[in-house]
Design a binder for this molecule. Structure first.
Ligand code: G6P
Length: 615
């Protein structure tokens, strides 16, 4: 969702900005633009609907010189995606250019006030309103751009990450954030600003994460200046960037999504490294060790998350309850934040998020904190907003996930939650020690079994994808912890192939979806559960009786479901509760190949964003 890149230094800004935008493409966007201040004090703005490559084509014969510039990929919120609404936006005088990620909620009121004073607006965006508000403050209060930005931001509600440049000031870059993320890279007499660290990788390893309601000024030859919008000076906290170039490149795969699917044996191992001690038969989650007592004494444990992370949370709730006897509620962060939830100071809220920047999840955390609850995080992106605002947490260590459809982040989240459930089992003594040892031993084998699953699934998922590529609907069914797998499988298909798909608990089929079943409806069963196996067999029979196409994910050695299925994908035998870590893999591959056969843009599906930083 909207990407921001800015540069100031001695080098040509344009290639750095374009390269940065390309690295942010994974976030999802529909238009792109750049503003450059050249040595003749001309502020050139180029923007276009479409991809960064369209912007490059557009600027081919243009003046792209300048050592300072700002660039943006826009994911439309106010006004359709077109050239006019694309960023950067210029102030009325044409002196200031601004890029913005987020939503200014009271922009209409501000716009009216400015219109009453003679301002005219070219676009339908909240961003053009903001740049004019800043200029208005600058002119009426006779202050510099840094101060004008600070003052103006006191008048806006909503979320923003902004960067500004100004004619006549080729040595100064201004930026600020609230809600939407922003990181600053500090080089040798040069600075980079970006929505996340990916554009900065390889350019510098010194970064500062800007906090909410902070305004920043970088001036060549001076140290970075940071203050709150209330005018309190802040000392910047410089950190070392923990990302390398290799981890954000495709490494020989056709798409990031495929690379990330194939990384899972390694990423799940990385998630468990130093935490799962198969030799000792123990689990340690250092990040939340100090909070274990609080967790055990919690009145409620509530997981909040969105999208795929919510599915992981649901898997986790089954495991925690089963191993530790502790009840866990799983909530959509977007619902939780608005329904005035009953939260007690002795509740523990666990926020799960790949990006660590999802606006709804951040808002849910705020509410939980206001009510005094302890908030823990399970995040992938190190240094992300959620990892910073939570009391403690566990990183998933899956490495950067670039494909919009989440894959390796999901299995990493499930791996963390599985270890968490086992740790709670150790602490509560709810299941016998011998069972805990078995669980730990088996979890240690999972990365190898993911590898086997990938090998076994590759050809068969391609074959099924070829058959399924023209269907209009698909139904995914599973029971217990395979129900979230069904949800996740359906979500993957929807996200990247645009085929309508639904996930259901298998037994719920008879309460509605069964009416949809005919020869054109593929039904994907996740039938690995031993305890409910016979029940699933009956569900498969019900679909078969109505001529539905049956694709099943079963445990190796299966007979009954296999016989009734049109296509079968076998996964290695494992603990029933670990099936999500394996059964999800062929569903990821299936969605991937279907999307490829349909000619879809796998890594950047239409209308979707990787990091949903606005509501
Ligand atoms: C977006 C992404 C999904 C992701 C969801 C939650 O919708 O496209 O892949 O699951 O946001 O994101 P988070 O970063 O909080 O896990």
């Amino acid at each position: 969702m909207c990407g921001i890149v800015a540069y100031i230094g001695k080098k040509d800004a344009y290639p750095i900005l374009i390269n940065g935008l390309k690295r942010l493409e994974y976030r999802g966007y529909d238009s792109a633009g750049v503003a450059l201040l050249n040595d003749k004090n001309e502020l050139n703005v180029y923007k276009t609907k479409g991809k960064v490559s369209d912007l490059e084509a557009f600027t081919k014969a243009k003046d792209i010189s300048g050592h300072i510039g700002i660039a943006h990929t826009r994911w439309a919120t106010h006004g359709e995606p077109n050239d006019i609404n694309a960023h950067p936006h210029l102030s009325r005088s044409g002196n200031i250019a601004l890029i913005h990620n987020g939503i200014i909620e009271n922009y209409l009121t501000i716009r009216k006030e400015l219109e009453n004073r003679g301002y005219e607006f070219k676009s339908s965006t909240d961003t053009e309103v903001l740049v004019n508000l800043i200029e208005d403050v600058q002119l009426t209060q006779k202050v510099d751009l840094f101060e004008a930005t600070r003052i103006a931001l006191n008048h806006v509600n909503g979320a923003y990450a902004i960067a500004l440049i100004e004619k006549g000031h080729p040595d100064t870059l201004i930026a600020a954030r609230k809600g939407s993320p922003m990181v600053v890279g500090i080089g040798k007499n040069e600075f980079f600003i970006a929505s996340d660290a990916t554009p900065i990788v390889g350019l510098t390893s010194k970064v500062v994460y800007i906090e909410n309601e902070e305004v920043m000024k970088v001036k060549l030859g001076e140290d970075l200046k940071l203050k709150t919008i209330d005018d309190v000076e802040i000392t910047p906290y410089i950190q070392k960037l923990q990302l390398n170039l290799e981890s954000i490149e495709k490494g020989g795969f056709d798409h990031f999504m495929l690379k990330e699917i194939y990384e899972q044996p390694t990423t799940v191992r990385d998630t468990m490294r130093g935490r799962l001690h198969a030799d000792l038969g123990t689990v340690t989650l250092g990040g939340i060790f100090d909070y274990e007592k609080k967790i055990l004494n919690a009145r409620n444990i509530i997981i909040v998350a969105c999208g795929t992370s919510w599915h992981a949370g649901l898997v986790g709730s089954y495991l925690i309850e089963l191993y530790s006897g502790i009840r866990v509620k799983v909530e959509y962060a977007s619902e939780f934040r608005y329904r005035n939830p009953v939260i007690f100071p002795d509740d523990v809220v666990i926020a799960i998020s790949q990006s660590g920047e999802t606006a709804d999840t951040l808002a849910a955390i705020e509410i939980a904190k206001e009510k005094g609850a302890t908030v823990l995080g399970i995040c992938n992106v190190i240094g992300s907003s959620i990892s910073r605002v939570t009391d403690a947490g566990v990183y998933t260590h899956a490495g950067p996930e670039i494909g919009v459809a989440s894959t390796k982040a999901f299995t990493a989240q499930v791996a963390v939650l599985t270890m968490f459930a086992i740790r709670l089992a150790e602490l509560t003594g709810y299941i016998p020690k011998s069972k805990i040892m078995e669980l730990i031993h088996e979890l240690d084998l999972i990365p190898e079994k993911i590898k086997t699953t990938l090998e076994r699934s590759k050809d068969i998922t391609k074959e099924i994808a070829m058959q399924m590529k023209d269907v209009h609907n698909a139904l995914y069914l599973g029971r217990l912890q395979n129900f979230p797998v069904a949800l996740e499988g359906a979500l993957k298909l929807k996200e990247i192939s645009y085929i309508h798909a639904e996930g259901y608990p298998a037994a719920e089929m008879k309460h509605g979806p069964i009416a949809l079943i005919d020869k054109d409806m593929p039904v994907i069963f996740i039938a690995t559960n031993k305890s409910t196996y016979e029940k699933v067999v009956s569900n498969v029979q019900e679909v078969k009786a109505r001529q539905g196409k049956i694709i099943s994910v079963v445990t190796e050695g299966d007979v009954l479901v296999k016989e009734m299925s049109d296509y079968v994908i076998e996964i290695p035998d494992t603990e029933c509760t670990y099936a999500p870590l394996l059964a999800t893999i062929p569903l990821q591959l299936l969605a991937y190949y279907i999307a490829v056969y349909r000619g879809c843009n796998v890594d950047q599906p239409r209308n979707l964003a990787k990091s949903v930083t606005v509501e």
